[in-house]
Design a protein around this ligand. Sequence first.
Ligand code: HEM
Length: 81
Amino acid sequence: TSSLPIYTIEEVAKHCSLDSGVWVAYKGEVFDITEFVALHPGGDKILLAAGGSLEPYWGLYAVHQQDHILQILTEYKIGVL
Ligand code: HEM
């Protein structure tokens, strides 16, 4: 994981739509979840977090605090903050 690129939060913020790609940050790591958006059981709500942090939303929607969901996220990891 140490070889993954370092991104700024400003770079993450540029990826805030399906056209630009959908990136999110979580606990200091960066994920390109563009391909997952259509697979999300919670539908388009996932786009609320596009270009920013998952923390505030996963705090509200506690269904996400499960190992198998963190595992999904890990598959999309592209870098660190
Ligand atoms: C449900 C994954 C982001 C809102 C789920 C479920 C998964 C998932 C696997 C099904 C959980 C279960 O039933 O056990 C993800 C991943 C995300 C993400 C990997 C980020 C990469 C978000 C965001 C929001 C959100 C940002 C809200 C702003 C919801 C809601 C449900 C849900 C409302 C419940 C859907 C239902 O059962 O009707 N998500 N989610 N999710 N998600 Fe997400």
